[in-house]
Design a protein around this ligand. Structure first.
Ligand SMILES: CC(C)(COP(=O)(O)OP(=O)(O)OC[C@H]1O[C@@H](n2cnc3c(N)ncnc32)[C@H](O)[C@@H]1OP(=O)(O)O)[C@@H](O)C(=O)NCCC(=O)NCCS
Length: 208
């Protein structure tokens, strides 16, 4: 994945063999643990359903990485871009479904193999927001990124007014790293607060 507006802040170059192994793990990923429902890799055929999920402002407004404008076609391109990223071992887009086949959340994993670093973005369906499943799902997802994808650093960003994300990251023990400017696909920008967590710190805090 290309560098994005100054993140990750922590960049320790890992040996090429380690970076290759991380790419292989990203390519092989088919699911990940989530707070509600079951996650699988997004397919082109999901575009219309995913577009309906994203169209709710309570879902898309806080997220700068989504396509703009949001249309079924732009969402289809977004899915294709992530399928290509997964082939390159640099990212994977998961959709999480309930038993009835409705989307309950999505997770957008980005990986910088050369730094053993990654980030996770996403959103829950409004029905599930504010009920604790975001924190539970994020904790499970971060643990998966450290232990299954073999990452050393996770870097997260959120808009300064995104109180839930800030609480979530502070609660899970991420360090605040300052503020950057994040750029949307359409060239507009917004300020983002930045958090990071190392694998060592994660294990110390969350193991057992
Ligand atoms: C961000 C998101 C994933 C968090 O998941 P969630 O299930 O809603 O969050 P939780 O219920 O686990 O709550 C997280 C924290 O926010 C607090 N919180 C929840 N609702 C809140 C509200 N309306 N106002 C203030 N704080 C709130 C919770 O108390 C908790 O903090 P605590 O652990 O210190 O008590 C979810 O709200 C979401 O999808 N939002 C829309 C998209 C988005 O913002 N994505 C992230 C972009 S960085």
């Amino acid at each position: 994945m290309t560098e994005q507006g100054g993140i990750p802040i922590t960049r320790v170059v890992v040996p090429a063999e380690r970076a290759s192994r991380i790419r292989a793990k990203v390519r092989a990923a088919q699911s990940m643990p989530v707070g509600v429902g079951t996650a699988r890799v997004a397919k082109v055929e999901d575009a219309e359903l995913f577009h309906r999920f994203l169209s709710d402002p309570a879902v898309h407004t806080p997220i700068y990485t989504l396509p703009s404008p949001l249309t079924p076609a732009s969402v289809c391109e977004f899915i294709k871009k992530h399928l290509a990223e997964q082939q390159a071992g640099e990212g994977v887009l998961f959709l999480c479904f309930d038993d009835a086949g409705s989307i309950v959340s999505y997770n957008n994993i980005g990986v910088w193999p050369q730094w053993a670093a990654g980030k996770m973005g996403g959103a829950m369906h409004p029905e599930y927001q504010g009920g604790g499943s975001g924190t539970r799902g994020a904790a499970a997802g971060f643990g998966w990124m450290f232990e299954v994808l073999d990452l050393e650093v996770i870097c997260e960003t959120a808009a300064p007014d995104n109180v839930r994300s800030a609480h979530l990251l502070d609660r899970l023990g991420f360090d605040r790293m300052g503020q950057i400017t994040s750029y949307r696909d359409d060239g507009t920008s917004r300020p983002s607060l930045v958090w990071e967590m190392t694998r060592d710190a994660w294990r110390n805090r969350h193991s057992g």
